[in-house]
Design a protein around this ligand. Structure first.
Ligand code: PLP
Ligand code: COI
Length: 340
């Protein structure tokens, strides 16, 4: 496969239009057969449900070129399953999980020239999404929907690559108890725009959101879950009904236990405990594992002993093992790698 002539090692996290995308439409209670198209634009009625009441959900995953030169996708079945949960919560029709995986495979295959070569540090980010298309003016679910998948080659999500991040404890809440924080809906990200712009203006890389009910426990950031490492080498990660169930985090919990023999605690993490941890990181498809050097709570700084120049040693071990599995250097657990 001849690759596109892109400066793979220097691409950022942005949109690059690729050749083909997948589209399927839902009408009269059923999905059509769907297929690939060249048309990157969507034309909608002015009153479409997605435009008026934000009825849209999405997913994010990546395709890689392995050391062996194969194109693979990491655990797309879990993204398919999560999109079902997201759709149900917004009263949208479910896109069948097997069709979701097939649509992702078709999209990656059709854009294989954009899957970055092995060793460049870049990947093909895949964005499946679904939205209400017919006119809706009373507050109710749309009757018609479109499901799409496109890919875009990306580099590191955070500028500076693996340089440890500085995080602000946000004054804003991301998600309410019993709200929509556990699903991947555009509305959660719309809610975070003001908070992220504010954090960036103040010189921070991201926000740490506390639980909205008590403002005492760590939830997540705008686009990733938290990982902490205790001084005695345990992995601790927040458990909450209002954070996104990160596929990267679930994979890392398994890797930590089964590959690295670590003890893992998935539990409520009081913010007051954070200063006791040795290492901190963010995990997600886009973030992979991004180390956190410092968390600032209204002027009070928590500086992790891993410092502001490198990833901490345990974070690095987790990073190397996960990316090793994704890139074919380390044998993957059964079912984790979908070959395109
Ligand atoms: N939390 C939020 C709010 C996210 O947007 C993401 C990204 O998908 C994650 C966590 C990480 O989830 P995953 O590892 O499934 O990409
Ligand atoms: C992802 O990691 O896939 C996300 O959707 C996070 C987003 C902030 C890019």
């Amino acid at each position: 496969m001849e690759k596109k002539n892109l400066d793979w090692s220097n691409i950022g996290f942005g949109y690059v239009q690729t050749d083909k995308r997948y589209v399927s439409n839902f009408k009269d209670g059923a999905w059509d057969e769907g297929g690939l198209t060249d048309d990157a634009n969507v034309v909608l009625n002015e009153c479409a449900g997605v435009l008026q009441y934000a009825q849209t959900v999405f997913e994010g995953m990546k395709a890689y070129t392995t050391e062996q030169g194969k194109t693979v996708i990491f655990r797309p079945d879990l993204n398919a399953e999560r999109m079902v949960q997201s759709a149900k919560r917004l009263e949208m029709p479910v896109f069948p999980e097997d069709r979701f995986v097939d649509a992702v495979v078709q999209t990656v295959k059709a854009n294989e020239a954009y899957v970055p070569p092995y060793g460049t540090g870049a990947t093909l980010y895949i964005r499946p999404y679904m939205f209400g298309t017919n006119p809706v003016i009373g507050v109710k679910p749309a009757d018609e929907y479109q499901f799409r998948v496109f890919g875009t080659p990306v580099g590191p999500y955070f500028k500076g690559g693996v340089k440890p991040l500085t995080i602000k404890v946000s004054d804003f809440d991301r998600a309410a108890p019993h709200g929509s924080g556990h699903i991947k809906a555009g509305l959660n990200y719309a809610m975070s725009m003001h908070a992220i712009v504010t954090a960036h203006q103040e010189g921070f890389d991201e926000n740490l959101y506390l639980d909205a009910a008590t403002r005492t426990n760590v939830e997540e950031t705008g686009g990733a879950n938290f990982l902490f490492v205790t001084k005695d080498g345990k992995l601790v990660t927040p458990k909450s009904n209002s954070i996104l169930p990160s596929i990267t985090r679930r994979s890392l919990v398994y890797v930590a236990k089964e590959y690295l023999g670590m003890e893992v605690e998935e539990r409520t993490v009081p913010f007051a405990e954070v200063k006791e941890f040795a290492e901190c990181g963010l995990c997600g498809t886009a973030a992979v594992i991004s180390p956190v050097g410092k968390i600032v709570d209204h002027g009070n700084e928590i500086c992790f002993s891993s410092g502001m120049t490198d990833m901490g040693p345990v974070t690095k071990k987790l990073y190397d093992t996960l990316t090793g599995i994704q890139m074919g250097r380390i044998e993957a657990p059964k079912g984790w790698i979908k070959v395109v």
